[in-house]
Design a protein around this ligand. Structure first.
Ligand SMILES: C[S@@+](CC[C@H](N)C(=O)[O-])C[C@H]1O[C@@H](n2cnc3c(N)ncnc32)[C@H](O)[C@@H]1O
Length: 182
């Protein structure tokens, strides 16, 4: 196990039945404009599964939310199905670097050659923790950067086609939206 690795059971407790955090400008329901009925979509860390009923071919996966279609962590998910779109909205970065890379590799293994991956990540202000609720203070957080995300994308043949900060006025939080395509 990597040094400082996250205990998924503790993380699941922190995220148990996490409510819909809010409709972010780019990584909220605006994503529906980027999906067609031909897409097969996997929402990884779907929380309360907000896209259910709004996207035709959708699987919402989450280890800590009863609203998920499949209640499992991405690293433990087994399927032969391949997807044209993955959402990783606030769900992949609650871990150390080695775990992030493993989880990312697992996500990519589920994708069709022509596919898109959409991310929402916390901003790297200070240690990143200042933007998260108190129950996450003692949990790890992946220290991403735009350059590193571009390198990860290129490793798997993807290009970062969009990366923008988004501010959620009601929740008062800033996040970053990232879109990969290949
Ligand atoms: C910040 S919430 C975001 C929920 C939802 N995507 C949204 O936008 O409202 C992060 C979610 O990731 C889930 N999660 C945590 N670790 C995960 C893992 N290893 N695999 C898949 N999902 C995970 C949590 O249970 C939680 O529901």
């Amino acid at each position: 196990m990597p040094n400082g690795s996250v205990d998924q059971a503790v993380l699941n407790k922190a995220f148990y039945n996490w409510p819909y955090f809010g409709d972010f400008k780019y990584s909220g329901f605006a994503l529906l404009n980027k999906i067609t009925d031909d897409d097969t979509v996997i929402d990884i860390g779907c929380g309360c599964n907000p896209f259910k009923g709004k996207i035709k071919n959708l699987i919402g996966l989450d280890p800590a939310n009863d609203a998920a279609d499949v209640k499992v962590a991405i690293q433990d998910y087994e399927t032969d199905q391949k997807f044209s779109v993955a959402f990783c909205l606030g769900s992949l970065t609650h871990c150390v670097a080695e775990e992030f890379e493993e989880r990312l590799a697992k996500v990519v293994s589920l994708m069709l050659p022509k596919s898109k991956i959409f991310f929402r990540v916390h901003p790297m202000v200070g240690n990143g923790m200042s933007t998260l609720p108190a129950q996450f203070t003692d949990l790890p957080l992946y220290r991403w950067s735009p350059e590193v995300m571009r390198r990860h994308a290129a490793k798997y043949g993807y290009t970062v086609i969009d990366m923008q900060d988004e501010f959620h006025p009601e929740a008062g939080v800033k996040r970053t939206y990232i879109e990969w395509a290949r």
